[in-house]
Ligand binder design. Structure first.
Ligand code: JB2
Length: 215
C-alpha cells in the first residue's frame, strides 16, 4: 500500500516542486491543502481543504506532507505551516533534483528541498525544512538554520552561519565566514560583507540595513 501524501500550499513554488518530484522519480502527492480551492484545478490534484483539515487528514490516513510554500521575504509562514503539520504527526517529505550536486559530507535535515542545479559542497549542514532553490550555491562548512530559504542563484561562500527562518534573496552573495541572525532577510541581489543581526533586513551593494518590512 502506498503512503498517502499531501501538498501544503499550492502556489507557484508548489508547481515547481511537482515537476521536481516527477523528474526525480521520488514519489507523488495525493491532494493539496490551501485556503484557495482554485489551486486544485491548476495543479490537477484533489482539493483536501484548508489547514483546519490537517488533523482530520492525518486520521484519514495521510502520513506525509510536502511543504509547497516558498518565500520572497519572511520565512515565517513556511515555519508556521511546517510546525503545524508536524504537530499533527505528519512526516515531512524531502526532495532533491537529480541535477543538484550534494557532496557526501553534507548533512541534510528533515524536509529539505534541493532544487535543480543547486550545489552544496563539503561539510555543509542544513537544519530542518530548508529550501535551497534553483542554482543556489552553498560552499563548504556553511550551516543553514531550520526553515530558511536560499533563493535562486544566491551564493554563500565558505563557513557562513545562517540562523533560523532566514530568507536569502535571489542572486544575493554572502562573503565567507559571516553570520546571518535568526529571521533576517537579505534582499535579492545584495552583496553582504558584514554579519547581519537577527530580524534585520539588508539590501544593496554593499548590503546595508533597510527599514523595509520583514512581512
Ligand atoms: O496559511 C496558509 C496559506 N497562506 C497562503 N496555508 C496554506 N496551506 N496555504 C497558504 N497559502 C497559499 O500558498 C496561497 O493560497 C497560494 O496558493 C500559495 C502561495 O503561492 P505563491 O505563488 O503566492 O507563493 P509561493 O510561496 O508558492 O512562491 C513564492 O516563493 C517561491 C520560492 C513565489 O514568490 C515564487 O516566485 C518563488 N519562486
Amino acid at each position: 500500500m502506498s503512503v498517502k501524501s499531501l501538498l501544503l500550499g499550492g502556489g507557484s513554488h508548489a508547481r515547481v516542486l511537482l515537476s521536481v518530484l516527477k523528474e526525480a522519480g521520488s514519489g507523488t502527492v495525493d491532494g493539496v491543502v490551501d485556503p484557495d480551492p482554485g489551486v486544485a484545478q491548476i495543479l490537477q490534484l484533489p482539493y483536501l481543504g484548508d489547514d483546519g483539515q490537517l488533523e482530520g487528514l492525518k486520521r484519514a490516513g495521510f502520513c506525509q506532507f510536502l511543504l509547497g510554500l516558498g518565500s520572497t521575504q519572511s520565512c515565517g509562514l513556511r515555519e508556521k505551516l511546517y510546525l503545524e503539520a508536524v504537530k499533527w504527526g505528519l512526516v515531512p517529505m524531502s526532495l532533491r533534483h537529480p541535477a543538484a550536486w550534494v557532496s557526501d559530507e553534507v548533512s541534510l535535515g528533515e524536509g529539505s528541498q534541493i532544487l535543480t542545479r543547486a550545489v552544496l559542497n563539503g561539510a555543509v549542514k542544513l537544519g530542518d525544512n530548508v529550501l535551497v532553490n534553483t542554482a543556489a550555491v552553498i560552499e563548504h562548512d556553511c550551516r543553514i538554520g531550520d526553515h530558511s530559504h536560499v533563493a535562486t542563484g544566491a551564493i554563500l561562500c565558505g563557513g557562513v552561519q545562517v540562523g533560523r527562518a532566514v530568507h536569502i534573496g535571489a542572486g544575493a552573495v554572502i562573503r565567507q565566514g559571516l553570520s546571518l541572525g535568526d529571521r533576517c532577510v537579505v534582499a535579492a541581489g545584495a552583496v553582504v560583507v558584514k554579519s547581519v543581526p537577527p530580524e534585520t533586513c539588508v539590501m544593496g551593494v554593499p548590503a546595508r540595513p533597510s527599514s523595509e518590512s520583514l512581512v
